[in-house]
Structures are given as C-alpha cells and as structure tokens.
Design a protein around this ligand. Structure first.
Ligand code: PGA
Length: 256
C-alpha cells in the first residue's frame, strides 16, 4: 500500500507571523494524520521559521522550487543545499504556475528533478497536468506523457522512490472546479502506465501520484477513494489548518 502524501502549497501567501501560526496549527492536528504523510510548503522566505514551528512534529517541510546549480552567480535562485540546511524534505518542480505564468519548460524541470534527486535526503514532487483547451482537444494524455518523458529523462529508477508525481489539471487549480473522481482516476492510471514505461512496473506501482486542483475537505474523500490517487497537493484549502486537516483525515481514512 502506498502511503498517502498530503502537502499544502502555500504559494505566495501569508506574512511571517501567519505562516508560523498556520504551521503550528497544522502540527497541532497530528492526531488526525493516521497513516497519511503531511507536508507544508511555504514561500522561501518563511521556510526557516516554518521549520522551527513544526520541529519535533510529524509534519514535513517543503519548498516551492530549487535551482539546479550547486552555488554561484545565480541572483534570486535557491540551491538544494540551502534547502537541506533548513530541514526541507520535499521540493516542488514544475508547478503549473511556474510553467504557465513564469515560462518554465519540462527541459528546465528535468534539470531541477535531477538536482533534487541527487540529494539523498530530498524528495521531488514533480507536477504535471493539462490546460483546459488541451483537455477539450483530447490532448490530456499527450500532454501528461510528454511532461513525464521530458521532465523525468535520465532519472535513475533507484532514485524514483524519492519521486512523487502531482497530477494537477490546470483548469482545476484555484478555480473551485475539481476533476471528478473518474477524471482523476483515469489520468492517474494513465500516468502510472507511463511511469511503468519510463522505469518499470514495480517502480511505477511504488510511486505516489497526488491529485491537485481545488481539493477541499468536502471533496477529498471521493477523490482519495480512487485506487491510483495517493494523496493531494493542496493550494487554497491548505491555508486554513482545519480545512487542511479535513483533507488529511479523508486521505488517511481512504488509505487505511
Ligand atoms: P488549489 O491549488 O488547491 O488552490 O486549486 C492546487 C495547487 O496549485 O497545487
């Protein structure tokens, strides 16, 4: 059984005090985590403080991005070593906002995936998903396939145990319009099949595939009930500890 992973992507939100309070609020809900693994992913400038706030709890620390070079003249970028130093475990790569607002390509993502998986203590949450017009043109599978093939090129299957895929249809992110459980399961099963081609069947069976896009406490149970849905990457609903805890509890109950 794959252990579900529920991670809260706080994006470019919260003040320092709010981030600390939310982190403490999430950590205080640990009784509802059950078998679920839980992570919070604050903005870079809050990573250290959030790490302090969750110290000693079973909430893992995440970061929203990382640069692939080890150090040097890369103004504004953050290295994997800096993140490790702060206790980060999960690093997002290729979030749709980075792809579609900031112009990140799967080739760029690939360099980041390698840099992250080359650090034994880090796990990479690689995000993929189609835009609305791509779904309407029946290109969902093509888009997911090419994001997987290009983004994961050259990744050694021995490192894939630290890889998580987040399937996030772009039309569902921040819109209140989540994929149905059938749409999610169909995409996740397809993605697992592609992972089997890239790695092998056993590796694909072990990789967690999170669903993301308007997950809330009220729709989490049905999404998490799907066999290939192994947790959630949560944006808006992760900014309230109670709501986030409801999603975690749903994932834990579905994957007992
Ligand atoms: P949302 O965002 O839950 O606000 O739709 C999900 C995400 O971007 O990871």
């Amino acid at each position: 059984m794959r252990r579900p992973l529920v991670a809260g992507n706080w994006k470019m939100n919260l003040t320092l005090a709010e981030a600390r309070a939310l982190a403490q609020g999430v950590a205080s809900k640990a009784a509802s985590f059950g078998n679920a693994e839980v992570g919070v992913i604050p903005a870079f400038v809050h990573v250290a403080a959030v790490g302090e706030a969750i110290k000693g709890s079973n909430v893992a620390l995440g970061a929203q991005d990382a640069y692939w070079e080890k150090n040097g003249a890369f103004t504004g970028e953050i290295s994997t070593a800096m993140l490790v130093d702060l206790g980060v475990k999960y690093v997002l790569v290729g979030h749709s906002e980075r792809r579609h607002v900031l112009g990140e390509t799967s080739a760029i993502c690939n360099k980041k995936v390698h840099a992250i998986l080359n650090v034994p203590s880090l796990s990479c949450i690689y995000c993929i998903g189609e835009k609305l017009e791509e779904r309407q043109a029946n290109k969902t599978f093509d888009v997911c396939r090419s994001q997987l093939v290009d983004g994961l090129a050259g990744v050694d299957k021995a490192k894939a145990e630290r890889l998580v895929i987040a399937y996030e249809p772009v039309w569902a992110i921040g819109t209140g319009l989540n994929a149905t459980k059938e749409q999610a399961q169909e995409a996740h099963a397809f993605i697992r099949g592609e992972l089997a081609k890239i790695f092998d069947a056993a590796t694909a069976a072990s990789i967690r595939i999170q669903y993301g896009g308007s997950v809330k406490a009220s729709n989490a149970a049905e999404l998490m009930s799907q066999p290939d849905v192994d947790g959630a990457l949560v944006g808006g609903a992760s900014l309230k500890a109670d709501e986030f805890a409801g999603i975690i509890a749903a994932a834990a109950a579905a994957k007992r």
